[in-house]
Design a protein around this ligand. Structure first.
Ligand SMILES: [Fe+2]
Length: 250
């Protein structure tokens, strides 16, 4: 009998079987799984999120100044939560350290896909129409679960190929028109026009392999959870909160 208390890889795949996923998509292609987590997303109910964030003493805020240079400042958790209410995107890393369902999903994904790595999960929360990070790629595969609100994703259909073990970066984000040189690899910035778009509704899941270019914009107040397989060289960070501040719209 299915254990409804512990979400699994099957819950992330919805109607798709694990065999179909392994054969056609795992580490190979981006895929939208509509409604996959509809019956299970109550496990990712973050009604306690506010208390978790407000208790942090290691939050940070990032923004770009007029010259396009990234700036950051340390915040306490209460201020970080307040910023999120004002429309900044709030990102919490290390979610599997505080959320048992997020941890169970991540571990189930690693086991179910015969993967190797650390469990990992991140939370993205925005009270407004807002975009988080600029176009980038991560050296780990992600199942992103739309918990509430609608979000538009842009993602390349297939990933860049590189050896994750040779990377020391957790995110690769060359600026528009620029190239990021690394010891073994070179990455050129990709625009959204090179990507496919996917509109995620509550309960939908989007899978993309390590090395997939992506960016997302919340179309309305939105909460989503990214369930990751983190390679051994990138253990999951402590639970921490980051707010991304963008210039107010014109
Ligand atoms: Fe990302």
């Amino acid at each position: 009998m299915k254990d409804f208390n512990k979400p699994t890889l099957a819950d992330l795949l919805g109607d798709m079987t694990a065999d179909t996923f392994r054969t056609n998509y795992n580490n190979a292609r981006t895929v939208h799984l509509p409604g996959a987590m509809s019956d299970q997303r109550h496990h990712l109910d973050f009604s306690e999120l506010r208390a978790l964030v407000e208790n942090l003493d290691n939050a940070a805020e990032y923004w770009l100044d007029e010259a396009g240079v990234e700036r950051s400042v340390s915040l306490d958790g209460k201020t970080a939560w307040q910023r999120a209410q004002e429309g900044c995107t709030l990102i919490c890393n290390g979610l599997s350290r505080v959320s048992e369902p997020a941890r169970a999903l991540s571990e189930s994904m690693i086991d179910g896909l015969d993967g190797e790595g650390w469990p990992g999960a991140r939370l993205f929360y925005s009270t407004a129409f807002d975009y988080g990070y600029a176009s980038h790629l991560d050296p780990f595969a992600t199942f992103t679960v739309q918990v509430s609100g609608r979000k538009r994703w842009f993602a390349s259909p297939t990933p860049e190929r590189f050896d994750v073990q040779k990377l020391s970066h957790s995110v690769i984000m060359p600026a528009p028109g620029e190239i990021e040189e690394m010891p073994f690899f070179t990455f050129r910035h990709r625009e959204e026009t090179d990507m496919q778009s996917f509109d995620l509704m509550p309960g939908d899941v989007l899978y993309f392999p390590a090395g997939t270019w992506h960016r997302a914009v919340s179309l309305e107040p939105s909460l989503s959870v990214a369930i990751d397989i983190r390679p051994r060289i990138l253990p999951e960070p402590e639970f921490e909160a980051t707010v991304i501040r963008h210039p107010p719209p014109d």
